[in-house]
Design a protein around this ligand. Structure first.
Ligand code: H2B
Length: 98
């Protein structure tokens, strides 16, 4: 699938379907909270493998049971792209199963 930068309208529409996500410092941002460190780590492994298969990698930070995520597409001049939205959807899906 091609990567394309989202214009303001497409980004607003995408955010409407991504509960808890917002644009922060030009990146698609969300903080996930899990029941334990082990649950957070398990989610990171699941999502990390999916992200690597997409060849699209998150900026993220784990502290105990929380994972802060920032998604942006470096190859498109650090714009938010269709791939960031796709990865955000995969993250939400995996979190709902964690
Ligand atoms: N991840 C993210 N977040 N943005 C990118 O533009 C990107 C990536 N590009 N992972 C990929 C790797 C690219 O550098 C490789 C060469 O396909």
């Amino acid at each position: 699938m091609a990567r394309y930068k989202l214009d303001d309208g497409a980004l607003a529409a995408a955010l409407g379907d991504l509960p808890g996500w917002a644009v922060k410092d030009g990146k698609l941002h969300k903080q996930f909270k899990f029941a334990s460190f082990a649950a957070a780590l398990g989610w990171m492994v699941t999502v990390g493998i999916a992200a690597d298969k997409m060849d699209h990698h998150p900026e993220w930070c784990n502290v105990y049971n929380r994972v802060t995520v920032d998604l942006v597409t470096h190859d498109l001049g650090n714009a938010i792209s269709s791939w960031d939205v796709e990865l955000a959807q995969k993250m939400d899906e995996a979190a709902s199963e964690a």
